[in-house]
Design a protein around this ligand. Sequence first.
Ligand SMILES: C[S@@+](CC[C@H](N)C(=O)[O-])C[C@H]1O[C@@H](n2cnc3c(N)ncnc32)[C@H](O)[C@@H]1O
Length: 518
Amino acid sequence: MEPVLSYYTVQAGANTFASEKIARILEKYIDDTDTVLNTCAGETPLPAATEIRNDIDESAPADHHVDCREIGDKVKQEIDVVLHDPPFSEHQAIQTYGLEADQWPGYAPVHREVHPLLREGGYIIQAGFSAVPIAQKLRDDYERRAIVVANQLGRQDDWVLTIDEKTTESDSERPWSTTASVVPNGGIATDGDFDIKYRAVPSAVSADDIWSAARDRCSGRTLLLDWQGSIDPSEIGVAETIEPYHSDAQLDQYVALENDGSPVPPRKLGDSLPGRQPDAVVVWPHSTASNVTTEYDGHEIGFTRAIKQELDRHFGSGVTVLLIGNTATGMRRQWDYTHTGVTVVDGENPDAAWYISQFQKGQNGLGELAESMRLTPTGWTTAAFESPVDNRHCSAPEAGRWVIDSPRVTLERHPAFYYQCPVCGASGGTECVGRGNNDWASLSYGGVHTRRCEYAESQIEQSEQVHVYDGGNYLGIAEYEATDGISTLSETTLSDSDTIPEEDPNTGTQATLEDVLG
Ligand SMILES: C[S@@+](CC[C@H](N)C(=O)[O-])C[C@H]1O[C@@H](n2cnc3c(N)ncnc32)[C@H](O)[C@@H]1O
């Protein structure tokens, strides 16, 4: 029987089971009457009638304080569920828990230690950087029931929770693979299909294993950006590659090489991309990229994020983006990507699993009003401001690319007007329809739903300048600042240096900048 696959987004920190989502998963496998042996108990109590807690740390709330590889010396009774949540690596044991390297218990020695205690039909539940298999010699005695991928929503490596049942009817041989369509987060509705593929490969994961999993997910013209340098493009039939910059020493400054061999800074990566839009883009960042920050548009941000943000400026709607790494985190929703699936490639060892995470860029009002007259700080101009989505691709990034006008007067200048409405589905360039849950209050100014406005404003990039008008009266520039994922208006300033444009013939009621944005 294949294991049940599921995908969660969690931010649990060091106390794994303090996460409510993770705790709810445990409850499915732990009965109120069960006796649970918690080998590395840490801080968090479990939902069990009898919990035998052990932790090597004398200050942790536990019944025993021994190395869990010797827990059999202390525990003699039959156990229904073993919970094994150790530090996920030797490095973490030293760095986070202040232990000596040889105190890291790993997984296989603990499986061997608890096996005689666990009843037939009982479970071993464990957490790690990968779906660590049961120790080789015991594998015929266990059947993997569930694999839960827990995406940490950031740069850090993701976690995997596994549930193995002690049974004599096991057939857990490697390699194997399985696929499932799932609803992430245990059934909380998402806006589309999500598939999870899990591949268990023999021994360590190779570049070929990763690439073949990625290739399964791309079709059409594919662009490859491989900072690992591990794939030979001539062998895999991708349409284009750009030469990535490998030097660790200057990783934070350069992302690629020009044809003449000169290094390209992150903000110029787009210039090196091929002119024709690809159907799929595979991005495999440098192995140390997640630990490095870089200067991008005047701000210090994560290196991988700078790559993603720069690439996004140049991708058209509909493109598939595949990101390869030790986390399924990828393109931001705020940039209008939908997370459509992930392939997990997992080796035999407790090393971090590899994730090929798939994102689809939405179709949003591209090209609309390309020829329309627009009011800019220097007066009326043709096509200088296209729809806001197009504006993000304009060739003069230093210019403000957004115009927010008071929608009371000139709805068509509000960015929200160009996005598909998440409430009523009105397409870009058209007014919202219906009464949104029969509630007129949910329509801003009677034209667009409030959520459509909020969504549009969340698309504004970090420190992007937004020119604000009210019925043609130029009010100034608002600075937006991106927090972790959501753009918020941090401060508004009336720019002295900008030329105040001539009055729009369509003049409406005078308002302040705060009125319009507030
Ligand atoms: C990831 S934390 C456990 C968190 C816990 N499950 C929770 O949700 O609060 C790992 C724990 O393992 C303990 N530990 C590390 N090495 C150990 C060993 N060899 N034997 C027993 N406990 C160990 C650490 O002291 C630490 O409390």
